[in-house]
Design a protein around this ligand. Structure first.
Ligand code: WTA
Length: 648
């Protein structure tokens, strides 16, 4: 294969934390003696009780257990704020850029400390303490970071729900972890449009048993009028006046849960991924520093939303633990114009910029013009996350956005991994567009074939990880068996990622996408089962099967095959109705792009839907459907092909 290689430029190596030789040396050390390696790097955070044990982990069937630094005690908020006060109290911790380009502000570490303490006191006054769950449903405003860090300060466990999720999805997530407190805002603001967050919270709570939620704290963002239930709801700014800005940071065990984050899997409802205190913070901070080659005084911008794991690890916890200046953006890349990202980079002199391929592809569509109206001279490192970046988008990002001056770190990881696992390092790794390249320190990728046999050398297969790293998820909230079943049962003694990959002759990894029933729409994970169960809940739908198909901007789109009840007519009006139904039920990110009405679905004689066939047809590639002789009724395939919705 003829692959383009972009060599490390001299300028990238200059002053970089590691060069290639150093990477090799550190990587070898990290896998040959993980105890020693992580014993040393575990000390990059401050421990109130130092750990003496480093690693106590097992992937053994029936006994999966993951503990890092287990006898140490610390406080995440202390590490992200208090320990910086002496040296950088007046340095900007957070630059907030509003949806409206005329609105922005700088929050210093000292101000962050005061705000987080106030938020913590508000929560404490409402009975929130160690181990209690708090659901956060906020837009991208500084209060989102305050709320996260306030929970961390108290040892409460936060569960952030992305503001694009519907009241039903929110209700399920509040109930899933039995949160007694919800923190929200009156309304969000995105691209000039208002998002009715408080109204959604009210609707969600309305679906829960009476008294499920004791308190709702409402941040005033737009000033829009919202219903306030006396005794339950309070405005944040009013409550903040009633408390002081001092709140001690208590020490918690390294394995005390820090947060729950719901994510989609191939079966059933989203699972609550649990991350804990010590290992998570060490890993988030270390990867943030090494992967972005973060340097003192630089401005770093990750465009993710705090509703996703990228926002947790690389807007809030990693950067703040490192004493960085992190930019938080409320808006969208296309408002008020397609030049917004690049204008914000110039306005705040952003040095490191981390975004998703879907954003790059959508901006690419507007051409080079909007980029070239800006200087982007401050940029030094570019990053990509969330889905495979196609070489065309990589090239545009490199050449047009970065003026061929900045390395691109294509970072592969997952909600479950807590931090980046496979990635280039700016001063060390020659780049290949489309490849996430090599493992981070301590990460041991292995490739397995369908039978579970490990394969060596250049190959294609399923991507697993052989041993634990400190940022790994610890369990599924309330369901450890599901944790073992989902990640450790397919290939015993290995963590199975759910991704397929190719490894080339240089040992570089090329992620090819999910091999399970999860689709990646604009970098957002969606379980096909979730969309299917939403569709079949509609009165006219008898059966549904959902698969992904290649989409120019979103990466993957959602393709739904729907069988209607006897006597129902499948037409465009019903298509619209079903799209609206799913949007309302789950949220806009789950909207099907294409709906095909199908009198029957291809099933085996035992009744199992043959998704392989559905995927092929959705890809408009039905020449190689493979063996269809095991189908109960082979004729349904002809109808599906005949009426396919995705014609080239
Ligand atoms: C995909 C996001 C290719 C992958 C941090 C993974 C990627 C899923 C990349 C996790 C990348 C993420 N290249 N694919 N650089 N980064 N993915 O949990 O399929 O929202 O399993 O975490 O996104 O998505 P999640």
């Amino acid at each position: 294969m003829n692959e383009k290689v972009v060599a490390v430029q001299d300028a990238w190596r200059q002053g970089a934390l590691v060069d290639d030789a150093k990477y090799q040396e550190m990587y070898r050390a990290s896998v040959s003696d993980p105890e020693a390696f992580w014993g040393e790097h575990g000390r990059r955070i401050d421990w109130m009780t130092p750990f003496s044990k480093v690693k106590n982990t097992s992937f053994a069937p029936g006994n999966v257990s993951i503990n890092w630094f287990e006898d140490g005690r610390t406080n995440v908020a202390y590490n992200c704020i208090d320990r910086h006060l002496e040296t950088r109290g007046d340095q900007t911790a957070i630059i907030w850029e509003g949806d409206d380009p005329n609105e922005s502000k700088h929050i210093t570490y000292r101000e962050l400390h005061a705000q987080v303490c106030r938020m913590a006191n508000i929560l404490r006054n409402r009975g929130v303490g160690k181990g209690d769950r708090v659901t956060i449903y906020l837009p991208m405003i500084p209060e989102a970071a305050y709320a996260m860090l306030a929970c961390a300060r108290l040892g409460a466990i936060h569960s952030i729900v992305f503001g694009g999720f519907s009241p039903d999805s929110l209700a399920a997530r509040i109930q899933g972890c039995d949160a007694k407190v919800v923190i929200t805002a009156d309304e969000g603001l995105r691209g000039g449009r208002k998002v009715p967050l408080k109204a959604n919270v009210d609707a969600a709570i309305g679906r829960l048993p009476k008294d499920a939620v004791d308190h709702v704290i409402v941040v005033r963002r737009t000033g829009g009028s919202v219903a306030m239930e006396p005794g339950r709801d309070v405005y944040y700014h009013e409550a903040a006046e009633q408390v002081t800005d001092a709140c001690p940071a208590e020490a918690f065990e390294a394995e005390h849960p820090l947060f729950i984050l719901y994510t989609s899997g191939s079966t059933g409802q989203p699972k609550g991924v649990v991350h804990t205190t010590g290992g998570y913070l060490v890993y988030a901070a270390m990867t943030h520093q090494y992967v972005f080659d973060y340097r003192e005084g630089e401005v770093y911008w990750c465009t993710a939303d705090v509703g996703w794991v990228t926002g947790h690890s690389y807007i809030v916890y990693g950067p703040l633990a490192n004493g960085a200046t992190t930019l938080m953006f409320e808006g969208i890349p296309t408002y008020p114009s397609n030049a917004r990202f690049w204008e914000v980079i110039d306005k705040h002199k952003v040095n490191i910029f981390y975004t998703a391929p879907t954003a790059i592809r959508s901006l690419m569509g507007a051409g080079e013009g909007p980029v070239k109206t800006t200087s982007r001279a401050s940029l030094r490192v570019l990053g990509s996350v969330g889905e495979p970046i196609n070489p065309e988008a990589w090239d545009w990002y490199y050449r047009v956005v970065g003026d061929s001056r900045c390395p691109i770190v294509d970072t592969w990881w997952q909600t479950e991994t807590g931090g980046i696992l496979i990635t280039p390092l700016p001063g060390a790794t020659a780049l290949k567009p489309g490849s996430a390249t090599r493992p981070f320190f301590g990460v041991q990728p292995v490739m397995v074939d369908a039978e579970g046999k490990q394969i060596d050398g250049p190959c294609e297969g399923n991507l697993c990880i052989a041993d634990s790293w400190p940022g790994q998820m610890r369990t599924v909230y309330g369901d450890h068996e599901r944790f073992e079943q989902t990640y450790f049962s397919t290939y015993p003694n290995l963590y199975f990622t759910g991704d397929g990959a190719r490894r080339d002759a240089d040992g570089y990894y090329w992620i090819t996408g999910r091999v399970d029933d999860v689709i990646n729409v604009s970098g957002h994970r969606m379980g096909t089962a979730e969309v299917e169960s939403s569709l079949v809940a509609h009165a006219k739908v008898a059966e549904a099967a959902v698969v992904g198909f290649p989409h120019n901007v979103k990466g993957q789109g959602i393709y739904a095959y729907v069988t209607l009840n006897e006597g129902e007519e499948g037409d465009d009006a019903l298509r619209k109705e079903l799209v609206a139904w799913v949007r309302k039920d789950i949220g806009p990110i789950a909207s099907p792009d294409l709906i095909q009405f199908a009198p029957g679905l291809p099933k085996t004689r035992s009744g199992k839907i043959m998704r392989r066939i559905l995927r092929k047809i959705a890809e408009d590639d039905f020449s190689t459907l493979g063996d269809t002789s095991t189908l109960a009724d082979p004729a349904v395939v002809d109808d599906l092909i005949e009426n396919r919705q995705n014609r080239a």
